[in-house]
Design a protein. Structure first.
Length: 256
């Protein structure tokens, strides 16, 4: 079964990310340019959700608006889970593409500390146009420095346990795509502070949706140990760096 896709949204939650957001947005602009070159006319909207920012994240994001067909900055001033932030960004982006056809709209999610490869959107649509409802790509730590270097061997061993020659079994909000009708019917992300990506994936699987977890086109994410989401990747790297290779349970909310 094939699926026509003629609209793409990208949602980027950002909390005090003025240092890393520019590189993320540069990569998204390049990915959408490549999409237009390889796929043709696809309506697009990028939505940055600036969450309770005390820095220049929102203002800086707006300075990139002219690099995109449609670019929105949605601000949030009240505490809420990352799942709710992603849902709000998704709803806003879909409204901007009105009238979107859910079966022909692909929703992409990434993070503000992440850089996507040039063919990221193209690769997602490769699966979408073959009838896949959701794609969970890999995320690779792009730099190792300071104390976090001690965590690298253990972290990479844990990640490798869920990777085979042709697919993997990780789910990262930094590299996630869902067809809009599947997303809406699953009621989006659960309202969790972290682990919302796994929560959505579980909902899609329970609904019998066609999913893929390919190895190609991984995104590059930061190796920081002080993250924005409690219990996320940064927490894991921090714990591993402190334990310097000690055995750590891998299966909590930060499990990719």
């Amino acid at each position: 079964m094939s699926g026509r896709i003629d609209a793409v949204t990208i949602v980027v939650p950002a909390h005090n990310e003025q240092a890393l957001l520019p590189e993320c947005l540069h990569s998204l602009a390049a990915a959408l340019r490549r999409l237009r070159t390889e796929v043709g006319l696809v309506r697009t909207c990028v939505c940055v959700v600036a969450d309770r920012c005390g820095d220049a994240t929102a203002r800086l994001a707006l300075s990139f608006a002219d690099r995109f067909d449609r670019f929105e900055v949605l601000t949030n001033s009240v505490p809420c889970g990352l799942g709710e932030l992603r849902n709000r960004g998704t709803a806003h982006a879909l409204q901007c593409l009105r009238p979107p056809v859910p079966e022909r709209t692909w929703i992409l999610h990434t993070d503000a500390d992440t850089v996507v490869p040039t063919r990221w959107a193209v690769q997602h649509l490769h699966y979408a146009r073959r009838g896949v409802h959701a794609v969970a790509g890999r995320a690779v730590v792009r730099w190792w420095s300071g104390p976090v270097v001690r965590a690298r061997p253990t972290y990479e061993a844990l990640v490798a346990e869920k990777i085979t020659a042709d697919h993997h079994r990780h789910v990262y909000g930094a590299n996630l795509g869902v067809r809009a009708d599947a997303f809406v019917e699953a009621e989006g992300f659960p309202p969790l502070h972290t682990g919302e990506d796994h929560g959505l994936w579980a909902r899609l699987l329970r609904a019998g949706r066609l999913t893929r977890q390919p190895n190609e086109c991984p995104v590059l994410t930061s190796g920081r140990t002080r993250g924005r989401a409690p219990g996320g990747l940064a927490t894991l790297l921090h714990e591993l760096s402190l334990r310097s290779g000690a055995t750590v349970e891998f299966g909590r909310s930060w499990d990719g």
